[in-house]
Design a protein around this ligand. Structure first.
Ligand code: SF4
Length: 315
């Protein structure tokens, strides 16, 4: 696809052109359109309130990766009640974090969040760091989470590229239905070029585009008629061409090792103590797959062998 540089009214850095078909709106109009939409349509979420602590934002960002808001909300609320600060979580065993994670899925996130809490308590005076580089140095914090926490908790100017944002930019700016499977340098350049100059506006822009992707420009059924970018969206203007990239990964779960891991972990979470092998054996009939799943949980540090045939959550 030819890269066409837009001449924005608010100049973006010259080395970061918007890549894709011509953007139909000058940048200030694009910003105002999306920000106005966000002001009128944003969901009222507890980690977005003005009094939400940086820790509350960080917990939400760990939980929201690959998990929808409605599943995260109840777990986030119980978590924040029990561990309102990083030091509260750091004082407990990592297994308690795994227990409280419940059925959110991808439970290694619980261990990583516990690891981040310990680092914050021990090395940062119990306060979530406010700069991107230090955030990035915390266990389990990658580029996305560091940018999201710096942006949403500290109102800084960062490119925050999650799957929702990438999809909106792919459609509205580049004119394709879906972005590449992994984030590309071109996407990052485009996102950088679109970022408002003022830090506070950039922070709202980041969450506003994300919300547009979550509520309107959804993966399978974009509600284009309700979209503030309807008349300017490159994908719409091109006649909604079908996706032509490589097959997209499905979300199969039934019968996978992930499902078996989830069942084994549920037994350990509910046990509040040590669990004999026989109780784990009862949850899945295929012994080979069961053993593989259990070995994986032990290797990931989510389960601790106590003695031969006895397991528990990590202490
Ligand atoms: S018009 Fe449709 S495809 Fe384009 S950004 Fe809006 S919801 Fe997405």
């Amino acid at each position: 696809m030819a890269a066409i540089t837009v001449t924005p009214v608010t100049p973006a850095a010259p080395e970061t052109p918007v890549e894709g078909p011509a953007l139909a709106l000058p940048l200030p109009v694009l910003h105002a359109t999306v920000l106005d939409w966000y002001e009128a349509n944003a969901r009222d979420l507890p980690w977005r309130t003005p009094d939400a602590s940086p820790w509350a934002v960080m917990v939400s960002e760990f939980m929201l990766q690959q998990t929808p808001v409605k599943r995260v909300l109840p777990v986030w609320e119980t978590w924040m009640e029990r561990w309102p600060t990083p030091a509260d979580l750091a004082a407990e065993a990592p297994g308690e974090a795994v227990r409280m994670w419940g059925r959110l899925g991808y439970p290694r996130r619980a261990l990583r969040l516990h690891g981040a809490a310990v680092a914050i308590a021990e090395e940062h005076g119990g306060e979530v760091p406010d700069d991107h580089a230090t955030l990035l140095s915390l266990p389990g914090v990658g580029e996305y989470t560091a940018a999201a926490v710096a942006s949403f908790a500290f109102r800084q100017r960062h490119v925050v590229l999650d799957t929702n944002v990438r999809r909106v930019f792919a459609r509205a700016v580049t004119g394709v239905e879906y972005p590449a499977q992994a984030t590309t340098a071109a996407e990052r350049r485009t996102a950088t070029a679109l970022l408002p100059d003022a830090a506070a506006t950039a922070a709202t822009w980041a969450v506003a585009v994300m919300e547009l992707g979550a509520l309107v420009c959804t993966a399978r059924g974009p509600e284009c008629g309700d979209c503030p970018l309807f008349t300017s969206c490159a994908w719409q203007r091109a006649g909604r061409p079908p996706y032509e990239g490589p097959a997209r990964r499905g979300q199969s779960y039934e019968g996978t090792d992930r499902q078996v891991r989830g069942k084994l972990l549920a037994v350990l979470r509910e046990a509040h103590g040590e669990v004999p092998q026989a109780r784990l054996d009862a949850v899945w009939p295929d012994a080979v797959q069961r053993a593989r799943a259990l070995d994986g949980l032990v290797a990931d540090g989510l389960v601790e062998p106590v003695e031969q045939g006895v397991y528990r959550l990590p202490q």
